[in-house]
Design a binder for this molecule. Structure first.
Ligand code: KG4
Ligand code: ZN
Length: 358
């Protein structure tokens, strides 16, 4: 479609449906003023449904996406005070992958239909880029405290979520180089599996964070695989095995044991993430560090980064999105679309479940 993707001011409808969250958001972006204004950011989640099964069942997630997608988009437009999308929106940005095929298809096909109906171009967005670009969003119109203008390139980004643990070098918008990633479980996936071993509610990440606050850091010491191997890769599946062994020894699992294991699990994950990420920061002499993804909502992880950057006097600016922008949402997809526009007609856009960093 012939509309320029680079007007100075752009209103973008973002759509996210890669997993168990259905999101729609409207952002207002201005090429001359870095930082994205969020006009609305609506989310429906089928998380509670997955609690009973301790994990996501893809068919259930896809069915929920179908139920929520239209109401969520309607609400996002309403909250952004958009009454005539044909006239007021500039473009639509949609997650095409990575993710669950059934879930992705719901967002992608909806975006294509709206593109056809409203005569708007569609930007296809990599969900992992979305997480990184959550760092460019100003949380609300009144909050000018976050100055995204100061995100300088090159930057290192750590994407640490339920499905991914990746370290990338962001040289410029549209120029992202993958440095390393997990060889087995993602950090969030390990937390969720360990949460299940400890009989904590799903998802395990936030529960382990709560429980770890009361834990003694000396009771257990879990492995920190690949920490000093010189690569930028990670491995977290051994951690799950180590916890499993402890749980086998003490099947009664007192609250104290749960808290101590939570603490040791969190400490092991944080140590590896901080060490490897700061190694990349120093090796590539970058100017900014961007945390992103669901696990970066973890307070202890954010603090550990701040402390270590201070201690080592590393001259970088450290960014981490507001908590609610760390986990899946559509505002981050719209932001990534704005800075990384694609120029495909809607007919050419398809869901790509296995999409990765190029
Ligand atoms: O980014 P996200 O919403 O979805 C994916 O793209 O995967 O991340 C979800 C993951 C889950 O594994 C969840 O346990 C973890 O993020 N998570 C946390 C916290 N909040 C969410 N992990 C540790 N501490 C938290 N506070
Ligand atoms: Zn995600």
């Amino acid at each position: 479609m012939g509309l320029p993707l680079r007007n100075r001011f752009m209103k973008i409808l973002g759509i996210e449906s890669s997993c168990d969250e259905t999101g729609a958001a409207v952002i207002d972006a201005d090429t001359d003023n870095p930082g994205i204004k969020m006009l609305s950011n609506v989310l429906a989640t089928s998380l509670a449904l997955h609690g009973s099964t301790g994990g996501i069942i893809p068919e259930v997630a896809a069915r929920e996406q179908i139920k929520y997608i239209i109401p969520v988009i309607k609400q996002a437009l309403e909250e952004a005070k958009i009454t005539s999308p044909e006239n007021e929106l500039d473009t639509i940005a949609v997650t095409i992958g990575p993710g669950l095929i059934g879930s992705l298809l719901v967002g992608v096909e909806t975006a294509k239909s709206l593109s056809f109906a409203w005569h708007k171009p569609v930007i296809s967005v990599n969900h992992l880029f979305g997480h990184i670009y959550a760092n460019w969003i100003k949380p609300s119109l009144s909050d000018e405290s976050r100055n995204s203008a100061s995100i300088q390139f090159p930057a290192i980004a750590l994407v640490v979520s339920g499905g991914h643990t990746d370290l990338v070098l962001v040289k410029q918008h549209k120029q992202i180089q993958w440095l390393g990633g997990t060889r087995d479980d993602a950090a969030g996936e390990a937390l969720d599996k360990i949460g299940r071993l400890l009989h904590l509610p799903y998802p395990g990440g936030p529960e382990i964070e709560k429980s770890a606050k009361f834990g003694n850091h000396k009771t257990y010491k879990f492995p920190r695989p690949l920490m000093y191997d010189g690569s930028f890769d990670f491995s977290f599946s051994g951690l799950k095995t180590a916890v499993f062994r402890e749980v086998q020894k003490d099947k009664k699992l007192s609250n104290m044991t749960i808290e101590d294991i939570s603490r040791a699990t969190q400490d092991a994950i944080i140590d590896v993430l901080v060490y490897k990420t700061l190694k990349a920061v120093k090796q590539y002499s970058v100017r900014s560090l961007l945390l992103s993804g669901g696990v970066s909502a973890n307070h202890a992880l954010r603090e550990a980064f701040r402390i270590e950057i201070d201690k080592q006097k590393i001259p970088i600016d450290f960014f981490v999105p507001e908590n609610y922008l760390c986990t899946d949402n559509a505002a981050m997809i719209a932001a990534a679309g704005f800075y990384n526009p694609t120029d495909l007609s809607w007919q050419k856009i398809t869901a790509i479940p296995e999409l990765y960093f190029d």
